[in-house]
Design a protein around this ligand. Structure first.
Ligand code: ZN
Ligand code: MN
Length: 491
C-alpha cells in the first residue's frame, strides 16, 4: 500500500487530462461509406440502413470524398500535419453497437497512417494563452446508438438503433496538457467554436460532439471516462473524477487503470471494465478500401476556401466595431454568439452597448435557463429594438432588464412585452406630479428631513418609483421633487 498523501499535497498542477473527442460531420448528407441518410435524429429507429452499414456479407464500403474534404479542413484549422497517404484500419471488437464486429477506423501504428498528426489549439485560460497539443486526427464510422432502460449498470435490456452506425466521425486526440476541469471546458469551447466556424458540424445537435477523457493524478494510474455525451458534461465528469481519485490516494488506496462510465443522471462515474489494451483490438488494414492519396493541390484547394476562424474574427471585431479585445474574445467563444452580435450591429449603431448587454444581462438570462443563445428564442432584432426603446426614453435601463429576461423566456418582441406588462416609462409631468404630491402627504417626516439631510430626497424618489413600479422617469421625478422642496423652503 502506498503512503497516504494529504489532499493539500495534490494541487491542480498534478492533474493530467487528455481528451479524445468525437465529432460527427453533420454537414454531410450521407454516411461515411454508404449512401444512407445521415439525418437520423428523430427518425424511426433502424430505418436508415443498407447492406453496407449493416455489415452484411458481400457488401463493399466506398469512402465519402466530402468527408475527407471536411477532415482536411479541420486538420488545417488545428495546425495539424496532413498525411499525403492515409488508410483505413479495422478495429475489431465484438459488441452489439458494431454490426460488422469491427469499426472502420484509422490507426497510428503497425503501418497505419491517420489523416493528420500533431497540431495545437490555443485558447485563453486565466488571462493568458494556453496551448494544448494535438496528437492525431482520424476519420472513422460512428457505432450504433444504444439506449438503456434506466441506468447502464441496472438496465435489464439494451435497445440498439443502427441508424447512427456508419455516420462519419472525426476523432481528435489531445496530448495530456490539460490541468483542470475548468481548462478542459475552455479548450472544448474553443474547439467547438473552430468546428462551427468551419461549418463541418453543428454542436447543438444531441450527441454530435462527444468526449472521452483520460485523467491521472500524481501517484495514481490513468483512468478513462467514456460516454460523456456533451461538452457541457465534461467539466462535471472531470470534477467528480478528480475528487474521487484524490480521496482514494489520500486514504492510501490505489487508483487502478480502468474505464469508467459517466452517468449523467446520477452525476457519478461508475466502473465499466478494467481497460483493454490496444492489442485486444487486433488492428489491421481494411482490405475493402483503397488508401487515400492527398495531393498538395487537394490541400491547397481546401486551404483557399477556408472560412474565417475564431481568432481572425476576434481581431476583425476589435477593428471593425471598436470593441475591447476582451469583449471580442467572449463573443467569438461561440459562433452563434458572434453571429448574433454582428447581426445586432447591422441594426443598432452602438456596438459596445450591444456587447455590454450580451455579456451581462443576456448571458445571465441564458445561464439561468441553462441554454445557449442558439437554443433561445431571442432574435438580434429584439435586442436592438430594445436598445432603441431605451434611447427613445420609452423604457428605463432598469425596466429593460425585465424586458430582456422576458424576451429570452417567451420569444416575444420587446414592444409586445412592454404593452402586455404595461412597462412604458412615465414621462408625463402632470402624472408624476400627482404621485409626488401623494408621497409628500404620506411621508411628511421625510420631507422635513430634507432640510437637514440632503440624502433624504432619495427616499422620496424611491417612494415615487415604488408607486410606479419603477416606471417613472427618474430624471423628471428628481427635478419635480426638488422644485416642490424649494417651494417648501421659502414658506
Ligand atoms: Zn447504409
Ligand atoms: Mn474513436
Amino acid at each position: 500500500m502506498s503512503k497516504p498523501q494529504k489532499l493539500t499535497q495534490l494541487e491542480e498542477n498534478e492533474v493530467k487530462i487528455g481528451l479524445e473527442i468525437h465529432i460527427q460531420l453533420t454537414a454531410l448528407k450521407t454516411k461515411l461509406f454508404c449512401g444512407c441518410s445521415s439525418d437520423y435524429r428523430g427518425k424511426e429507429p433502424n430505418s436508415l440502413l443498407c447492406p453496407v452499414c449493416l455489415g452484411l456479407p458481400g457488401s463493399l464500403p466506398v469512402t465519402n470524398k466530402r468527408a475527407i474534404d471536411l477532415a482536411i479542413m479541420v486538420a488545417l484549422a488545428l495546425n495539424s500535419n496532413i498525411s499525403r497517404r492515409t488508410l483505413f484500419f479495422r478495429k475489431n471488437y465484438f459488441y452489439v453497437d458494431m454490426p460488422k464486429n469491427f469499426q472502420i477506423s484509422q490507426y497510428d501504428k503497425a503501418g497505419g497512417v491517420p489523416l493528420s498528426t500533431g497540431g495545437w489549439v490555443d485558447f485563453e485560460s486565466n488571462a493568458s494563452i494556453k496551448r494544448v497539443g494535438i496528437i492525431r486526427l482520424q476519420i472513422e464510422e460512428d457505432p450504433a446508438r444504444l439506449a438503456y432502460h434506466g441506468t447502464i449498470d441496472s438496465s435489464p435490456y439494451t435497445l440498439v438503433d443502427y441508424n447512427r452506425a456508419g455516420i462519419a466521425l472525426l476523432e481528435i486526440v489531445t496530448e495530456p496538457d490539460i490541468d483542470s476541469a475548468d481548462e478542459a471546458r475552455l479548450f472544448l469551447q474553443k474547439l467547438r467554436s473552430i468546428i462551427e466556424h468551419l461549418g463541418v458540424s453543428n454542436g447543438d445537435l444531441q450527441g454530435s460532439m462527444r468526449c472521452d477523457a483520460n485523467i491521472s493524478l500524481k501517484g495514481g494510474k490513468r483512468v478513462e471516462i467514456k460516454n460523456i455525451s456533451s461538452f457541457r458534461e465534461v467539466k462535471r465528469a472531470l470534477q467528480y473524477e478528480i475528487i474521487r481519485q484524490k480521496q482514494l490516494i489520500r486514504r492510501g488506496s490505489t487508483v487502478k487503470q480502468e474505464t469508467r462510465h459517466w452517468d449523467e443522471d446520477r452525476r457519478i462515474t461508475i466502473s465499466l471494465r478494467t481497460k483493454e489494451t490496444e492489442s485486444d483490438y487486433r488492428y489491421f488494414p481494411e482490405p475493402d478500401l483503397v488508401p487515400i492519396e492527398i495531393s498538395k493541390t487537394w490541400i491547397e484547394k481546401i486551404q483557399s476556401k477556408m472560412p474565417e476562424l475564431p481568432d481572425a474574427r476576434k481581431t476583425r471585431l476589435v477593428k471593425e466595431f471598436d470593441i475591447p479585445e476582451y469583449d471580442a474574445g467572449v463573443l467569438t467563444s461561440s459562433k452563434a454568439l458572434a453571429d448574433f452580435f454582428e447581426e445586432c450591429c447591422k441594426l443598432y449603431p452602438d456596438a459596445k452597448k450591444i456587447s455590454n448587454w450580451m455579456m451581462t444581462d443576456l448571458a445571465r438570462n441564458l445561464k439561468e435557463l441553462g441554454i445557449e443563445i442558439s437554443e433561445s428564442k431571442i432574435k438580434p432584432k429584439y435586442l436592438s429594438d430594445m436598445l432603441k426603446l431605451i434611447d427613445k426614453g420609452e423604457i428605463s435601463g432598469k425596466i429593460a432588464k425585465k424586458v430582456l429576461s422576458q424576451i429570452v423566456g417567451t420569444g416575444d418582441p420587446p414592444q409586445k412585452i412592454i404593452i402586455k406588462e404595461n412597462l412604458t416609462k412615465i414621462s408625463d409631468k402632470t402624472r408624476i406630479q400627482k404621485i409626488i404630491d401623494k408621497v409628500f402627504e404620506e411621508f411628511p417626516k421625510a420631507v422635513q428631513d430634507t432640510k437637514t439631510d440632503p440624502n433624504a430626497i432619495n427616499y422620496l424618489v424611491g417612494q415615487v418609483m415604488s408607486k410606479t413600479r419603477g416606471k417613472a422617469d427618474p430624471e423628471i421625478t428628481n427635478k419635480l421633487i426638488r422644485k416642490k422642496l424649494a417651494k417648501y423652503k421659502t414658506i
